[in-house]
Design a protein around this ligand. Sequence first.
Ligand SMILES: [Zn+2]
Length: 289
Amino acid sequence: MTDLQLTPTEPLDDPHTLDDLHRFVQRHPRLFVLTGAGISTDSGIPGYRDDNGAWKRSPPITLQEFLGALAMRQRYWARSMVGWPLVARAQPNAAHVALARLEAAGHVPTLVTQNVDGLHQRAGSRDVIELHGGIDGVSCLDCGMQQSRATIQQTLEADNPALLDVTAEAAADGDAHLEWHDLGGFRVPACSNCGGLLKPSVVFFGENVPKPRVEAASLALDAADAVLVAGSSLMVYSGYRFCVWAQRQGKPIAAINLGRTRADPLLSLKVAAPCGDTLSALAGLLAGD
Ligand SMILES: [Zn+2]
């Protein structure tokens, strides 16, 4: 279903309101929802980017860096050892809860997230595609064995007690902004099955989203009436492409985001307000609360 009045041809002039968003969902009841780091900031997990979509700090590690040098893997795992507990302890917030409620009401057949924190599932969303994987898993690049991140944390802490008392500000992927000058003695975890190289089961920068995952999300987009982006600047192509594809299909795109998004020129509607308040109010209006 398309609505000619809402096709993304006119530039956005006026800020849109919750009522506009409510009408948008009434006209396009089956949403392809795409979420990003802005959904989880209220859970204490900081985003990567500022309101203009620029990196707040140095960009995350790339796959090439991770594979290329032991020193980079030491840096990665040291920061992860310090930062992961915060992500593991984080609780879903009002935005996650509202999206689970919208799914139960039939408005979100599939939720696609760029986040790796697992908070949508913990809030009760069932049909979730984690584009960038989940931070709760670790895989061996040599034998393929999967292990839980919690198990690896025990190994990290047992092997590197000097880092146990270090605290640092965490980042969205369980990384931490750790200043540590001598990581030469840091012991990176190895596969308990084959001794091979372990990597968290997340898509690193410089790495492609696995094709089956993209295809599953693409099918969900085909079945949707419209796109709702929540809490993402869409600066990464892996999420942005769904907006491009939606536009090609003539499906309108709405966004809830406090800052600029890469898809702003494609949007039919944009609510510049916090995700938690907006989604909670939207779920209430649609339920007739
Ligand atoms: Zn292995």
